[in-house]
Design a protein around this ligand. Structure first.
Ligand code: TXA
Ligand code: MG
Length: 353
């Protein structure tokens, strides 16, 4: 077991001494969790293959699923990647720092383990003072997957990181809860037209303002598990975001969804199961179940995204046998929310109405 040090920092003006302590750990090949605007990341020196190998081990992550490499200046992208198309410059100028990850052909300077043996690399510049200061003080790109144990919901607070990884990593920079709450959008620029591999913090509507021909990978909108050969991003094929209890997603018009959720609750109660419901502010009052939690108002998908992973984790403490969740509109960040809920359920989707 390692001794995991927690360093509390201001999210906007982090204490540079504490950031330097963390940066030294990274430079020496250690592992540091840090906040970004999306979720907490677990960082290692992206150019140190031993450190990146340790990163996979700490998370218990399958080694075929590469992390995102985080930079704090655009010139680093040109060291890590090749064949950077002109539209990438426009995207980086418009959306960085921010929740958009770009996939390019990799350069030879990147160790194989950092890209899990792929011929591409995923890069992003996070919009968070702590993350940017850590990368700057480490003097190099930082490989950072989300700082959760593989398969669990991504961490949106330092407490979530601590619960999953205490004793397995060297330090946590605690900069409070993250703002966006779902991970970055992963956009593949190594194919034509550009393709969204994972919906996230940068909405499709926003991307289309610059990339009118952008496509969604079929996996992003699928309602069932795709055959592995159809995946383009290794993360697509792994079980993800899952609380301890099984999850059922109920989709359809909201009145039909409510009726179906009630039927399901009644059914599980007949089997003496402890039932949790994940609802919204407008509908939560209507359910009688063992535990009812509200994601927030259906009119504010940004708030729903910010609450999602915390609520999924809270159900673990409620010891429910089953979690029934409503669907939310797929506009804006709603697309990312529904993608995570469907994955959390293992595509256990019930169509209402
Ligand atoms: O917001 C985020 O993106 C957070 C914060 C910490 O930056 N990071 C994050 O990392 O969510 P992770 O490792 O949990 O998810 C990275 C995703 C995975 O689905 C992975 O398969 C995909 O990006 N990915 C990484 N490299 C790739 C590549 N070369 N080609 C396609 N997909 C790639
Ligand atoms: Mg992850």
């Amino acid at each position: 077991m390692k001794q995991t040090v927690v360093l509390k920092v201001d999210s906007q003006q982090p204490d540079i001494e504490k950031v330097r302590v963390a940066a030294n750990i990274i430079r020496e090949g250690g592992l540091v969790a840090f906040p970004t605007e999306t979720v907490y990341g677990l960082g290692a020196d992206a150019l140190n293959s031993k450190a990146v190998t340790a990163l996979f081990e700490a998370k218990k992550r399958p080694i075929d699923n590469p992390p995102i490499v985080h930079v704090e200046n655009i010139s680093d992208v040109y060291r890590l990647a090749e064949q950077i198309p002109p539209k990438a410059d426009q995207l980086m100028k418009e959306f960085w720092p921010g929740p958009l990850t770009l996939v390019f052909k990799r350069s030879e300077t990147v160790p194989d383990v950092t890209v899990a043996g792929l011929d591409t690399i995923a890069v992003r510049m996070p919009q968070h003072a702590v993350a940017l200061a850590l990368i700057r003080e480490s003097r190099g790109p930082i490989a950072a997957p989300s700082a959760n144990l593989a398969g669990k919901p991504s961490p949106t607070s330092a407490e979530h990181v601590f619960n999953d990884l205490n004793g397995r990593i060297d330090a946590i920079l605690n900069g409070g809860p993250t703002r966006i709450g779902v991970e970055s959008t992963v956009l593949d620029l190594s194919v034509e037209p550009a393709m969204v591999l994972r919906p996230g913090g940068t909405s499709l509507e926003t991307l289309k303002m610059i990339l009118s021909d952008v496509k969604l990978h079929p996996f992003v909108v699928t309602e069932k598990e795709l055959a592995i050969e159809n995946t383009r991003s290794p993360g697509m094929k792994h079980r993800h975001y899952a609380p301890k209890a099984p999850v059922i997603v109920v989709e359809g018009m909201i009145t039909a969804v409510m009726a179906t959720v009630k039927l399901l609750i009644a059914n599980y109660w007949l089997q003496d199961k402890r039932v949790g419901v994940l609802a919204t502010a407008e509908t939560a009052w209507a359910y009688e179940a063992d535990v009812v939690k509200s994601l927030g108002s259906r009119r504010n998908v940004d708030a729903i995204a910010a609450n999602l992973f915390r609520l999924l984790r809270e159900f673990d403490e409620e010891k429910v046998d089953i979690i029934i969740t409503e669907s939310v509109p797929t506009e804006g960040l709603g697309l990312a929310v529904m993608n995570r809920l469907r994955k959390a359920s293992g595509y256990n989707i019930v169509k209402a109405g």
